[in-house]
Structure formats: C-alpha cells, structure tokens
Design a protein around this ligand. Structure first.
Ligand code: SAM
Length: 243
C-alpha cells in the first residue's frame, strides 16, 4: 500500500542511520527532503539513488500537493530532514496532517533525535519533560515565551543556535532564576560535550562555545510556584478589608 514514511537521519554520526531507515529509503519511489544537497550527500554515502523532491516551509503548498499526487499514483514517499526526525523543529507537520485527512498511511521509523539524546544524558529529571524546541529569536518575544514556561515543574528542552546562546541564557536567568541546566553540544560528533551547572555558571563560559546545542533546563521547584506565607497573609488581609 502506498504510504508516507517518516525517516529520521543521523544528527552527527552516520553510523546511527538504522538498517530499517536505509531499507525504507531504498524501497520508496521518491524521497522528499529539506535540502536536496544535504540529503544527496547522505544517499551517496549509502549508495542509494532515488529521485529527490524538495519540501520545506517556503514551498510547502506546492510540494505537498506534488507528494500527495505521487501517493495517489501508487508511489511510496519517504520524508527526511537534514538531521534527526522530520517534523521536530523541521518541516513536515502540515504534510502529515494532510495525509491523515486523506487516509494515507503514515509510518514512523525510529532513530536519532538531539533533544532525547541530550535529555537522557543530562542527569536531570526524565520522568516528565517538555520539548519546546526553538525560542523566538527576538528577546522581547522570547521573554514572553519563557514567562509562560516559568512555573512548569518538569524538565524543559530547548534547541538554540550558538550565536544566540548567550542572549538566550541571559533571558532564561532573568525569568527562571538561577536553575540547574545542562548544555549538550555536538552530540554524537567529535567535540561532543555536556556542560552542567547553574544558568549563571554556563553563561560565563558560553560565549566561546560553537556547534549545535540543546539546553536541558530543570523544572520549577514546587515551592517556587506557590506564593509565600507572608504574601498569602497579605492577600487575605486585603481581601477581608475590601470585602
Ligand atoms: N530534527 C532535528 C531533531 O530531531 O533533533 C532537529 C532539527 S533543528 C533544525 C536543529 C537543532 O537541533 C540545532 O540547532 C540544535 O539545537 C539541535 N541539534 C541538532 N543536532 C545536534 C547535535 N548533534 N548536538 C546538539 N544539538 C543538535
């Protein structure tokens, strides 16, 4: 049956391309990708020759109808992004929604994901967590986003670009206070590194850091969500006076 396969690709180490992912890429008729040059390199490495279709946010109206047409013609399509899972801070979600609406089977293949890799090695709470992805590039909007997350009591995962990490950590410090964080850098690559400390400690060293990074931030402590006994007493007092 013609289907859409969501195929994750390595985030840094080509050995993490799974046998099943390779089998799928070999078996489909077309591969829809974010960047034909990047995916071209990956396919060349594994000696796979397939027609590529470019699919990113800017052309998605056209590319989605092309992809759905292929499937209606009886072809199977694999969706890949430059690294990790498609749809995770990468294109593809609208395509999946459309496919489901049109009763096209959507099949997910397991594989690498930068956020999960960082989470499990972080040493922070893994039982419950939130993947946020990228914060806004502008500080004002970023602070608003962080304010919404400030009382979330579980671990939060962010993606961030190296040229914005310092500005991002400053905003994190001002909204969240000096929490424990882990900065995971260049996962599965030569310069893989986990920096563990408080936000202010990581802020001191972050300006020299390069490469791809994930920020793992510990959740708000339960006490921080609650107003202090004095504030509560003040509130009750005022309420009684007004009432
Ligand atoms: N789809 C990908 C996934 O499933 O992880 C994420 C793509 S997103 C456009 C790219 C961001 O993921 C980078 O800016 C960085 O925050 C994170 N990232 C990707 N590869 C990484 C790596 N090897 N080490 C650390 N972070 C990585």
């Amino acid at each position: 049956e013609p289907s859409i396969y969501l195929v994750p690709t390595p985030i840094g180490n080509l050995q993490e391309m799974s046998e099943r992912a390779l089998e799928i890429l070999k078996s489909v008729d077309v591969i829809a990708c974010e960047d034909t040059r990047n995916t071209g390199k990956l396919l060349k490495h594994f000696d796979i020759k397939k027609p590529l279709l470019s699919h990113h946010e800017h052309n998605q109206d056209q590319s989605i109808s092309k992809i759905l047409d292929k499937i209606k013609e009886g072809q199977s399509v694999a969706i890949v992004s430059d690294a990790g899972y498609p749809l995770i801070s990468d294109p593809g979600s609208y395509l999946v929604k459309q496919s489901i609406e049109q009763d096209i089977p959507v099949i997910s293949i397991s594989g690498p994901n930068a956020a999960l890799d960082a989470l499990v090695a972080s040493g922070l709470e893994t039982k419950h967590y939130l993947f946020y992805g990228f914060l806004d590039a502008k500080s004002k909007k970023r602070i608003q986003e962080l304010e919404e997350l400030a009382s979330f009591p579980y671990t939060i995962l962010f993606y961030e670009a190296p040229h914005r990490i310092e500005a991002c950590l400053k905003d994190l410090l001002s909204v969240f206070g000096d929490r424990k964080i882990v900065l995971a850098r260049e996962i599965s690559k030569l310069h893989e590194e986990y920096l563990r400390g408080t936000i202010s400690e990581i802020l001191e060293v972050c300006s020299t850091l390069k490469g791809e990074m994930v920020l793992v931030v510990s959740g708000a402590k339960k006490e921080e969500n609650q107003i202090s006994i004095e504030d509560a007493a003040e509130f009750v007092h005022r309420y009684m006076e007004d009432g």
